[in-house]
Design a protein. Sequence first.
Length: 330
Amino acid sequence: MVERFVLQWHLGEQCNLKCLHCYQENHKYINLPFNDLQNIYNQFKELLAKLKMKGHINITGGEPLCNPHLFKILDLIKKDADLISFSILTNGTMVTPEIAKRIKSYNPYYVQVSLEGGKKINNYIRGKNTYQQIALGIKCLRDEDIFTSISFTANRLNYKEFPKVVKYARKYDVNNVWSDRYIPLGDSCDEELMMNYDETREYLKIMDEERSKLLKKKIIRPTVSMYRALQFQMTNDFAYGCTAGETLLTVMENGDLVPCRRMPIVVGNLLQDNMYDLYKNNPLLKELRMKKIPDECTECEHSEMCHGGLKCLTYALYKNLNHKDVGCNL
């Protein structure tokens, strides 16, 4: 049991913010009863046992700290700490010293906090005063020595702000910064926010420059991670391959099972269906595990690893997976 199977678990839609690019569909505050959540957790344990794998759960929302059952779920995970690790994906604005201390007691793998650029653009995207509220939350997490990562969703409005995010991370002793591209989904289904080919290339170049600066200066914190789709084209590292449907599944707030939050194709509902049965038998999940290569990519030397780039973006634009990533320069 070496490889880990990742479950991204949206405990509920309730959130204290309303971000410009939020993927949530309607912001109805759906919170399943704890018994249903416990059943979903047990289904994940069953899947791990049958696949003979260990697991990791990314707990998110909405805002997970708004969910009344969050710490009950963490109690379950703590009992299975030898089998399942966890992280919390939060907007950071609700983290207090007390909350950070409580999270620390469960030994999280990391806590991820979202930031969208400098003060002006972040507050435009995430809401008034969030820039400073996020800093206060990060400080509480780092005071507890919790590994803290900043997530930056790059879009046409903010991609040039990435250096400001790295500077912010240095100021507040953040461990890691990573980024991926905006996907036009749900309420945020606005292709005007999506970067075009030239903007994508510029964004990746900006990321690589910031990464290289830190490496040259031998700065330990933060690191800039470039392991998402197409980012290898700048770093010359191994190509990223999407794991949705293979070693990644996502559970939505109502129990729906989808390959990935950014590929919201419902394959079943865990209040009626079984996670392992869906994983083994659903046609879409089986197709994703086949790692089909888009026709345009068959001659590319990276195709066996990359499989066409960002599958969720391809699906959002074309409603099928047989297309080359629109940002690819190869």
